[in-house]
Design a binder for this molecule. Structure first.
Ligand SMILES: [Zn+2]
Length: 407
């Protein structure tokens, strides 16, 4: 999570005001000031690499494009693979969003569009994801205290095949749970008990997101380390895959992970923004570790993630005709829209979409493919471009999601 604190605050404030935030009558008490300050922060921290951002004055930011623009077209790189306008025919790689905050995304949507077309999270998921090749999402619950009634209602609604078909439009809903480092100071025995209960749910596929965040320091570092270790020990004991959040805490995160987690354990370093050297050491030590790639790779303020992709693409290729990358694709929705998406949404001009969502992953994949192919000045870039395609990156992401979370 890139802007975890605001994200969590938004979610907690909203949830705390409603008995059932999944109901059709949900009208959350959105906090405009919080949302706009979050948007502004996002723009400041991650302005797009391309110039399509425009001037983005206050007026244009406060008037989002119509919600019909959230329903995305087939990515141009995938159109030729498709026999229809849908992203579902054979030949199109399916998508697994390995890290998304569905309730936050839905709430941000409802705040931006009043009245919005979609009245509950299921309508929202069906409306935006159906026919986009999206096979599964891994939803993330990382607040303390645990929102017991809410997570269970959502997870239970994905238990039967019939419900997955009717409520989710065939989407496979999975989740992970843990306490985010921002919330570490709120971790206690009751929270741990509630997480342990969630771990036995059939749709739970991991423990997270947990870790260290020394950028925001929303919980004292000592407490963050203590709670991180405590959660790691529980997850390792249960054999649960780990979703890790680490920001500006490389040394401590590496030491703690190497001390507490067996080498062959499955780890997802989510929304990776740390140094390429750190990534190399972690990939080397943990053979089942994956680097999580969000839309933040497209932002000019973040060069680390691209450097990690180049490092992986240029290093070992066990099978040169079918090279791979140890990445999983994710959105960390609702805030990190890939900036290259706006190259295709020229009609909205300089306005920005108020939320990010899972159907945007092909644009992140396109950006990764271009980075893996190498800079245009290199002579063999054409050959590289043929190897590293949007389609291949989507396939790699799909396969690695299976290896990482078993979904
Ligand atoms: Zn997150």
């Amino acid at each position: 999570m890139f802007l975890g604190a605001a994200n969590i605050a938004l979610r907690l404030r909203s949830l705390s005001h409603f008995k059932n935030p999944l109901s059709r009558t949900l009208v959350p008490p959105y906090h405009a000031s919080l949302w706009y300050s979050t948007s502004a922060q996002n723009l400041k921290k991650g302005s797009p690499r391309t110039s399509i951002m425009g001037k983005n004055n206050k007026k244009s930011r406060s008037t989002p494009p119509g919600e019909e623009y959230l329903l995305l077209p087939t990515h141009p790189d995938l159109v030729s693979l498709s026999t229809s306008e849908s992203l579902t025919p054979n030949g199109i790689p399916t998508i697994v969003d390995t890290h998304t905050h569905l309730i936050s995304t839905f709430e941000a949507y409802r705040k931006a569009y009043k009245p919005g077309k979609f009245e509950n999270v299921w309508d929202f998921a069906r409306g935006l994801y159906d026919g986009r090749g999206i096979e599964a999402i891994v939803d993330v619950w990382c607040e303390a205290p645990v929102q017991k009634a809410v997570w269970k209602e959502l997870a239970d609604s994905a238990l039967s095949e019939e419900d997955r078909k009717t409520k989710w439009g065939g989407l496979e809903y999975w989740f992970v749970m843990g306490v985010h480092p921002h919330e570490a100071k709120l971790y206690d025995d009751q929270v741990e008990k509630d997480i342990l209960e969630a771990m036995s749910h059939p749709r739970c596929v991991g423990w997270g997101e947990i870790g260290l965040d020394y950028h925001y320091d929303n919980s004292p570092r000592e407490v963050q380390r203590e709670v991180f270790i405590r959660q790691l020990r529980q997850a390792v004991r249960l054999g649960k895959p780990l979703t890790i959040h680490t920001r500006e805490a490389e040394e401590d995160a590496e030491r703690i992970l190497k001390e507490e987690v067996p080498k062959d354990h499955r780890l997802h370093i989510h929304c990776f923004t740390d140094s390429p050297e750190w990534a190399a050491r972690m990939l080397d030590h943990f053979p089942n570790l994956y680097i999580g790639i969000t839309g933040v790779i497209t932002y000019s303020t973040n060069l680390n993630t691209s450097a990690v992709i180049q490092q992986m693409a240029n290093s070992t290729h066990p099978n040169p005709s079918d090279p791979s990358l140890r990445i999983v694709l994710e959105t960390d929705a609702p805030y990190m829209t890939p900036s290259n998406l706006y190259n295709f949404l020229t009609e909205i001009k300089s306005r920005r979409l108020p939320i990010c969502h899972t159907a945007m992953i092909p644009w992140t994949a396109e950006f990764v493919a271009n980075v893996a192919a190498g800079p245009e000045t290199e002579g063999d870039q054409k050959a590289s471009k043929e190897i590293w395609t949007t389609e291949r990156i989507l396939r790699i992401g799909r396969e690695n999601a299976k290896k990482m979370y078993g979904v």
